[in-house]
Structure formats: C-alpha cells, structure tokens
Design a protein around this ligand. Structure first.
Ligand code: SAH
Ligand code: SF4
Ligand code: F3S
Length: 466
C-alpha cells in the first residue's frame, strides 16, 4: 500500500469558504433530507454530508417530500441496490414537477461506477448534482455552482481517492459512533465492485484516529465502531490494526467493535487482542462467503475452508463467548450442488449467531461477471432458502441459549415493533428489547434475558440497589 496524499488544508479552507457563501445566499435550500443506502461506510459519509449541509445553513427535514434538497447516498454492491437507487431517483422527477426549486443530488458508490454519471446526465437531466465517492469533500463547491450556474453539475473524479481529514460532521447520536480507519479495498474478490468504486486501500494515520476517538469519548461516546472494508490490512504510519486497537482501548471508551475483517488477514495479534483488551466486545463479523475451497479460489478470497475453521477455533479458544457473524454468497458462477452443500456444512460446523446471505449478483467490470454461469435462478433461490432456514434455526438456538442470563445492554432506540419498549445490544451483539422509554437511550442498563425471538431477545430490566 502506498502513502496517499491527504487533501490539503487549503482545499478544505476553500470548501469552508463555499459553505459560507451558500449560507449567505437568499435563494438557497433551507432544509435537507439524506437517504443513505448500503453499508456503514456510506452511513458515516452521510454524517459528513449532514455536517456540510448544516454549515451551509440547512436543517434536517425528516419528511423527504418536504425537504428543499434531497440527497441520495447510493450503493451498487448488488444489482437490487442499484435498481432501488435508480427507481427512487426517477420518482423524484415527478416531485420536481410540482416543486421546481427542489435540489436533487445523487452521490456515493453507484455514481462512481464506470459510465454511470454520463448515463445519468443524459437520461435524468432533472438531477441537479451528481458526484462520486472520491470528491465528496467538494460538495459545498458543487452546491454553490448549482445555485449560481443554474444548470446541472456532474462531477465524478477518476483519481483513486485521498484521505480527507477535518470535514464537518453531524453525527447520528453522541453515544455510539462510527470511526473510519481506512478507505478503499485492494482485495479484488472477483464478484465485488467495491474496489472499483471506492478506490485503492488507504489508511488514516493512527494519531488522527486516536484523536477522533478521544474527542468522541469526551463528548460522551459509549461505543465506537472502527470501520474499513478490510480493517485487518490497516497500515497507518507503520502501525498494524492490532496496534491501533490497543491504542484505542487505552482511551477507556466502554465498548469497541470493528468491521469488516477479511479471514486471510486476521492476525495472531488480533486474535490475542480479544483475550486481552478490556473494551473490545466479544463480537466479530468474519465473512466466509463460501464453504467450498474451489469456489473460494474462484472468488479470489485467498483462504481455505480449513483455514477459516481454524480461525474460528482459535478465536473461541481465546474468547469462548465470542459472537461470530458472516456474509455468504449463494450461486456464485459455476457453484455446483456439492459445493453449495459444503457451505451448508460449514454453517452447521461454525454455528454463526447470524449470517447475511445473498444470491450472487453479476457486477459489470468485475472478473466473475465474465464467468460462465449455468445455474438457473430458481435453483439459486432454492439453495438460498435452504441456507436461510438452516441459519435461522442456528440463530434461534444461539439466542435461546442466552435466556436466563444477565446482560449489560447499551440502549440504542425506542423499539418500533414493541410499544413501550426500548432496544439495545449486549456485548456479544445480540439485540434485546425490554420495557422502557426514550430517557434510557444512550445509557447502560442491566437486563435479565427472559425469552428469545427469531432475531432478537426480550428481557426485563434489573434495578440494582445503590
Ligand atoms: N469488505 C467486506 C464486504 C463488503 S460488501 C468484506 O470483504 O467482507 C458486503 C457483502 O456483500 C460481501 O461480504 C458479500 O457477501 C456481498 N457481496 C459483494 N458483492 C456481491 C455480489 N456481486 N453479489 C452478491 N453479494 C455480494
Ligand atoms: Fe469486496 Fe472483497 Fe474488498 Fe470485501 S474484501 S470489499 S468483498 S473486494
Ligand atoms: Fe458500501 Fe455499497 Fe459502497 S456496500 S462501499 S455503499 S457499494
């Protein structure tokens, strides 16, 4: 990994000047609504977007149709993500007819795809701004140009992306925070578009990460999630990911988690960290993708089933209660029934707390999109259904095993399904709902687990005598 330039202070100052200029304008949007699609990286970017828009004098408008500026932060990891984004954008055309002043912005991974911006410019001229993943920091300049030039701005940069420090931000809440430690990905798994739209791997300096975490701690963060497409290959200023974790752990933030980990790079030091670090939660998302060595090879994952199972064994030796979750792709080109059965048997053997399962979706420009694929979609659907059924039974078993335990829960939100309840996570990452109100959000509560549902636990609050 090469050192990447950091966007200069002067450039950030220029953008700050644009924010001031927009703010001073009379005929500008006064409210915004951001639709964030895809993964946590996009969610974190949306916090920067919210920060920039609010510095431009806009306030968040929860009702999309009423906002003066609507921004779609898109994902393209699978075709359905892309269709959803495009479908939404087309719908905005109707809204714009009734509200010509509405400003429509589309950015994120989908717009960074090859030829996508040109296609959007030609087919959707009602979109005011199209930008990509590498030039997000220029949003203030682009908004200013849309307002002054009064014509669409379409700008997607081809260069690989830099590390941008010091962008404004408006975080979702003060108690659990996402912290980027790196950007991009160099792994080129043959099915995956992320390396093409997020650029080459580049790490932030450990000092910058630690400073950000310290600031968040001082502002009341109870939990932080360190983010990267493959945090195990973090290399910032000579520090490996495990080194960074030790530094962050010392800050005393009650809970630390991270994602995502690539099995090929999960180091001995990182496994050991689960046994040593006080604040690192016993939870790990370790996508396996397939249980067949042949398929893993064609996916360019660069580990074997045996290596993966060995990692699981070693993680559990260090931390027996660790909660493991995974991503699995079904119906990769050429996957035979036998190879699929190997995924089933791996899932049986590992017993994940949860697994996110996807039917393979060909992505233009990736290597696997060229692979012959003769498995009918119906067969893939049947396979994924079998896998989902199996995983659900295992998840239920894992959740049922929690009943009767006392767990410390960081309350995150009022439950949308259970009236009068709030929900939050245990150290292992299980969601628990129990009676309570919004005043508990952001606080730790001790709960006794009373029952297990399909995806969540129910509990009751234990009030301990002071
Ligand atoms: N960097 C992360 C994953 C990012 S994408 C990692 O390496 O684990 C999230 C998940 O989407 C992947 O783990 C994979 O399971 C799935 N995915 C990515 N590309 C896909 C495709 N073309 N079709 C189906 N699923 C895909
Ligand atoms: Fe995609 Fe593989 Fe990189 Fe994950 S590690 S983002 S799956 S290329
Ligand atoms: Fe994330 Fe989707 Fe981009 S998964 S990195 S938002 S393609």
């Amino acid at each position: 990994m090469k050192d990447r330039p950091i966007v200069s202070m002067e450039e950030m100052e220029r953008q700050r000047e644009y924010m001031r200029l927009v703010r001073a304008m009379g005929h500008r949007p006064h409210s915004y609504h951001i639709v964030s699609m895809g993964c946590q990286m996009n969610e974190r970017d949306s916090e920067s977007i919210a920060g920039m828009l609010s510095e431009m004098g806009m306030v968040a408008q929860p009702v999309r149709e009423q906002a003066d500026l609507i921004l779609y932060n898109t994902c393209c990891v699978r075709e359905n993500a892309e269709n959803k984004a495009l479908g939404n954008v087309i719908w905005l055309k109707e809204l714009k007819k009734t509200r010509p002043e509405l400003m429509i912005c589309v950015g994120g991974c989908m717009t960074q795809e090859k030829d996508m911006a040109a296609m959007m410019k030609a087919r959707y001229p009602f979109i005011d701004l199209v930008y990509g993943t590498h030039n997000l920091y220029k949003l203030p300049e682009y908004v200013y140009r849309v307002l002054t030039e009064r014509r669409p701005v379409v700008e997607v940069m081809d260069i690989d992306g830099e590390v941008v420090e010091g962008m404004p931000e408006l975080r979702r809440n003060h108690f659990n925070a996402f912290v980027n430690i790196m950007y991009g990905c160099d792994n080129f798994c043959t099915y995956c578009i992320v390396p093409y739209v997020r650029g080459r791997e580049r790490s932030r300096e450990p000092g910058a990460v630690v400073e950000e975490c310290k600031r968040l701690r001082d502002e009341g963060a109870q939990e932080i999630m360190l983010l990267g497409q493959n945090v195990n290959s973090y290399r910032g200023g000579g520090a490996a990911f495990a080194d960074l974790l030790y530094q962050v752990d010392r800050l005393g933030i009650p809970r630390i988690r991270f994602m995502t980990s690539h099995p090929k790079d999960l180091s001995d030091e990182l496994i050991a960290a689960f046994g040593e670090l006080e604040h690192l939660m016993p939870q790990l998302h370790l996508p396996v993708q397939s249980g067949s060595n042949e398929v893993l090879k064609r996916m360019n994952r660069r580990y074997t089933r045996e290596h993966y199972l060995d990692l699981v064994k070693r993680l559990r030796a260090v931390k027996p209660e660790i909660g493991l979750t995974s991503d699995i792709i079904v119906g990769f080109p050429g996957e035979t029934l036998e190879q699929f059965e190997e995924t089933m048997s791996l899932v049986e053997a590992v017993r994940f707390d949860a697994a996110y399962t996807f039917i393979y979706s060909p992505r233009k420009g990736t290597r696997a999109a060229e692979y012959p694929d003769d498995t009918p979609y119906e067969v893939k659907s049947e396979r994924i259904q079998r896998l989902i059924d199996l995983q659900q039974a295992i998840s239920l078993e894992a959740l049922t095993a929690q009943v009767g335990r006392r767990e410390r829960v960081l309350v995150e939100a009022v439950s949308t399904r259970d009236a009068g309840s709030v929900g939050g996570k245990t150290p292992r990452g299980h969601m628990v709902n129990f009676p309570g109100d919004a005043s508990l959000i952001g606080h730790f509560v001790d709960a006794e687990i009373t029952s297990a549902g399909r995806n969540t636990l129910r509990g009751r609050r234990i009030i301990t005598e002071a």
